[in-house]
Design a protein around this ligand. Structure first.
Ligand SMILES: Nc1nc2c(ncn2[C@@H]2O[C@H](COP(=O)(O)OP(=O)(O)OP(=O)(O)O)[C@@H](O)[C@H]2O)c(=O)[nH]1
Ligand SMILES: [Mg+2]
Length: 464
């Protein structure tokens, strides 16, 4: 079996090394990130994909005074009579010197890690001017003869600066350079990074290939799991029905809204965790993490309209019935119930089949259910979020902002069959139960819905 690749991330202080670690490791909770120098104090390992046998990244403290360190090392080398090509010996000499314990303590940690690494990702903040200190840092890191791949960070809005840095790096013989942005990495930027790395690190080309394959597989798995989370929420919401008596409508509506909101929030939490965006340190409320659409109440008719959902049909029919979808219910249906609890209270169309029972409207029980229009809103909001999570770098600090545009296809699509099935099976709803009901047919419909949603929203995947 191939040896794991030990890859260290190094560079000047505060250039985004830890942010790059977070993004490549898909872990927003890794290490400390702050807009201040000296945030990372120790070397910290991060096995990628929880696979110690493939690729281990190492975060390191920022380099601060490489120029002074180079002078010190040159002096030590002169005293020992080392030749200029004896870089590794020079580093060893420094590491056993007194100053490695004191004024060059941070740099010593970096160079110690360098001795145990196969290659270095040298992070550069392209917004900073090209200065001598960066070349001193590069020269230090090149002492051990390990391949150095410059990673240009903060490239999103700085194409000119990126070009300039690329030019300058060729002067020191660094022709393989990768552009990245830890907060909004370019689509397939990760693949470009590993591909470029394998050109300067032939010895580990196999491991790098395996890792790229694994990234793809894990991406597919996440996509599948995410769709299962959404499908679970939708099955529960479609199956849910609340039997109420006259006069209880107001209270029941609030109760159901609360249930849907809670279930949606739980799904969001699961999605954030699935994509590695749970930041224990901040423990922000999800409203703080996810801006835009989420601040709008799901049940407000304006939300549904902005989402582009064609609710007009449901609106008209519901209004005609004197219940159903209106401002007060916001996507919940108040239908005629039967004592036996047969299929009722589903979409507005269902009403046509039960027209004869309308005279019972103010008699007996009512059944409160979640309308199709609301299910569509739930699905759309969650897929917009998934799309964002797929694109977002784990080094990003700001709130997640959902795009304005919803998937056009879903605004008109017919409700998938598994949703219709769930409507006919109130016992499928897991809300308020200890565990998901064990029912083979429910399971099959749940997976079928997840599958259908994946196809429907395939365009949101950053790579196929
Ligand atoms: N917009 C943007 N901000 C970034 C990017 N990378 C890092 N940052 C921000 O830059 C600041 C420094 O990031 P860190 O990851 O802590 O930098 P570091 O190099 O690890 O810093 P030290 O550990 O102190 O050496 C933080 O405020 C990050 O949010 C990027 O690609 N784009
Ligand atoms: Mg750091």
């Amino acid at each position: 079996m191939a040896q794991p690749l030990h890859l260290m991330v190094a560079g000047h202080t505060n250039v985004g090394k830890t942010s790059l670690m977070r993004t490549l490791g898909r872990n927003a909770a890794f290490g400390q990130v702050a807009n201040a120098p000296g945030t990372t104090q120790h070397v910290e390992a991060l096995p990628l994909g929880q696979r110690e046998d493939l690729l281990v990244l190492y975060d390191t403290p920022g380099l601060e005074d490489a120029m002074a360190l180079r002078e010190h090392m040159d002096e030590l080398a002169r005293q020992k009579g080392l030749q200029h090509w004896q870089g590794e010996e020079k580093v060893q000499l420094f590491l056993s010197s007194t100053r490695a314990q004191y004024d060059f303590q941070q740099e010593a940690k970096v160079l110690r890690q360098l001795m145990h690494s196969d290659a270095v990702l040298f992070v550069i903040d392209v917004r900073t001017p090209v200065l001598q200190k960066y070349f001193d840092e590069l020269a230090l890191l090149q002492l051990c003869g390990k391949p150095v791949l410059p990673v240009l960070n903060f490239t999103l809005h700085h194409p000119d600066e990126e070009r300039l840095w690329r030019q300058e790096l060729t002067r020191v013989n660094l022709h393989s350079v990768v552009a990245f942005d830890a907060s909004a990495p370019p689509v397939s930027g990760e693949f470009t990074l590993y591909q470029t790395l394998s050109t300067v690190l032939q010895s580990h080309a196999t491991v790098l290939q395996q890792w790229q394959q694994l990234i793809k597989e894990q991406g597919q798995e996440r996509w599948q799991t995410a769709s299962e989370y959404v499908a679970e929420l939708v099955i529960n919401a479609a199956a849910y029905r609340l039997v109420i008596y006259e006069g209880e409508q107001g209270e029941a509506l609030e109760q159901l809204k609360e249930k849907v909101r809670k279930a949606e929030q739980k799904t969001i939490e699961h999605l954030l965790a699935l994509y590695g965006f749970t930041n224990n340190e901040l423990q922000m409320s999800f409203y703080a993490q996810v801006e835009g659409r989420w601040q709008q109440d799901l049940f407000h008719p304006a939300t549904l309209q902005i989402m582009g959902i064609k609710a007009s049909k449901g609106l008209a029919t519901g209004a005609a019935l004197g219940a159903g979808f209106d401002v007060a219910t916001g996507g919940l249906s108040l239908g005629v119930g039967t004592v036996l609890g047969a299929t009722l209270g589903a979409g507005a169309q269902t009403w046509r089949h039960y027209g004869s029972r309308l005279q019972q409207w103010w008699e007996g029980k009512r059944v409160l259910t979640v309308e199709d229009v609301l299910l569509r809103a739930l699905i759309l909001r969650l897929y917009l979020l998934i799309g964002e999570l797929n694109r977002r770098g784990h080094g990003a600090q700001g709130a997640i902002v959902l795009p304005e545009q919803a998937e056009e296809a879903w605004q008109v699509a017919k409700m998938p069959e598994p949703i219709e099935q769930a409507r006919a099976h109130p016992e499928w709803c897991a809300w308020g139960k200890l565990r998901t009901p064990r029912d083979g047919w429910r399971q099959a419909q749940h997976l079928a819905l997840a599958q259908q949603l994946q196809q429907e929203f395939a365009a949101l995947l950053p790579f196929k």
